[in-house]
Write a protein that binds this ligand. Structure first.
Ligand SMILES: Nc1ncnc2c1ncn2[C@@H]1O[C@H](COP(=O)(O)OP(=O)(O)OP(=O)(O)O)[C@@H](O)[C@H]1O
Length: 355
């Protein structure tokens, strides 16, 4: 009696496929099976390339099963591992993945502190608001993105180089309940930072995405003064919930603040409000009040631009000394009227759901 193809197929159904745990016929592994006039049997076992090593025994078992059949001639079994051909590329226009501002995982909100002009006290405001928010029980991060004059390490009394145990992520520093990272911790104290746009953007993105911020209610970003690459990159890459613009009441500072507000409007970043810093000076000896940089300029500008005036912070020696001494006034003299001005801003931000 001569051997038929169906006889061989029936025998192959007794060989188990180790991956699907059915038989190799049901799994569709047997291909190109032929039985010649001289009863020689040939077939191919085609297996997935990633699991080829699992099938060496299957080849042996299949060959042995067929060889045991009565009347069979030679048996040739070839094991191949073909990958399924890739589908041809879809040339239809695709909807690309969104590349706009993204949320940073773990960070609920981002608030930028900006100024048009340098030296108006933006970093002082950022440090005090961050510490005041932490004192109110919020989980706060402070990213010092003032790449040209990073002053947060000094203001928050933080020094040393941040650790990077895995060489990929950076562990932030922490003081006064604030988790902080500054480009100033990556450069030498007296080293001027001379960076071009793409480097600035890279550094900012690294500080946003590679620092292990943990879970934060709000990340305060201390921006460099002006309207440059860092501001653009922040607004384009991260979902910024709002910006606070700090200015002194002087005309020159106000003019630059106006440009800053215009930039945020163009970038679609909501303006949470303006802060007038160095608003009035009260002499610590005689109590005489004088307006060193004028007074009320920011209030009228805010009214003109239809943005809230969040605070008028006095020019006071204690604020400067606290900032230079590494413990912002809301930490070193929390009950002073100067600290209260910052604490009121923090409470208002929390009440508005902004921090
Ligand atoms: N309300 C204030 N009273 C007294 N001193 C202040 C006050 N605000 C800021 N200062 C002091 O003014 C100096 C400049 O402040 P700060 O560094 O915060 O400004 P900035 O706007 O961040 O400057 P830049 O962006 O150019 O680095 C600091 O010595 C700071 O202590």
């Amino acid at each position: 009696m001569s051997l038929t193809r169906d006889d061989v197929l029936t025998v192959l159904k007794t060989v188990t496929d180790p991956v699907t745990e059915t038989d190799i016929m049901a799994a569709g592994l047997v291909k190109a099976l032929t039985v010649s006039d001289t009863q020689d049997v040939r077939f191919v076992i085609e297996v997935p390339p990633s699991q080829a090593q699992l099938y060496a025994d299957v080849q042996t078992a299949a060959e042995a099963a067929v060889k045991a059949m009565a009347g069979v001639g030679t048996v040739s079994v070839v094991l191949t591992a073909h990958s399924t051909p890739a589908a041809p590329p879809d040339l239809k226009p695709q909807k690309s993945a969104p590349t706009g501002p993204q949320k940073i995982p773990g960070i609920d909100r981002i608030v930028a502190i900006a100024s048009g002009k340098g030296g108006v006290g933006k970093s002082t405001v950022a440090a005090n608001i961050a510490c005041a928010l932490a004192a109110e029980g919020r989980r706060v991060g402070l990213l010092d993105a003032d790449v040209y004059g990073p002053s947060q390490p000094r203001m928050l009394g933080v020094s040393g180089r941040p650790a990077s145990p895995d060489g990929k992520t950076i562990l932030p520093m922490r003081n006064f309940g604030v988790t902080m990272m500054s480009i100033g911790l990556m450069t030498n104290d007296d080293q001027a930072v001379v960076w071009r746009g793409p480097m600035l953007m890279g550094a900012l993105q690294q500080m946003m995405n590679q620092v292990q911020w943990g879970a934060l209610d709000v990340l305060i970003v201390d921006l460099p003064p002006g309207t440059g690459d860092v501001q653009m990159t922040l607004a384009q890459k991260a979902q910024v919930d709002g910006a606070i613009v700090v200015s002194t009441p002087q005309d020159v500072a106000l003019m630059d603040a106006r440009k800053g507000i215009d930039m945020f409007n163009q970038l679609g970043t909501p303006i949470l409000g303006m802060i007038e810093n160095m608003s009035t000076h009260i002499c610590s000896k005689c109590g005489h009040e004088e307006h060193v940089f004028g007074h009320g300029g920011v209030a009228s500008e805010a009214a003109k631009l239809n943005v809230p005036l969040l605070a008028e912070i006095p020019l006071h020696l204690d604020i400067r000394m606290a900032a230079d001494g590494g413990a912002p006034i809301v930490v070193s003299k929390p009950d002073s009227p100067q600290a209260e001005a910052f604490r009121a801003v923090a409470r208002a931000l929390i009440a508005d759901g902004k921090a």
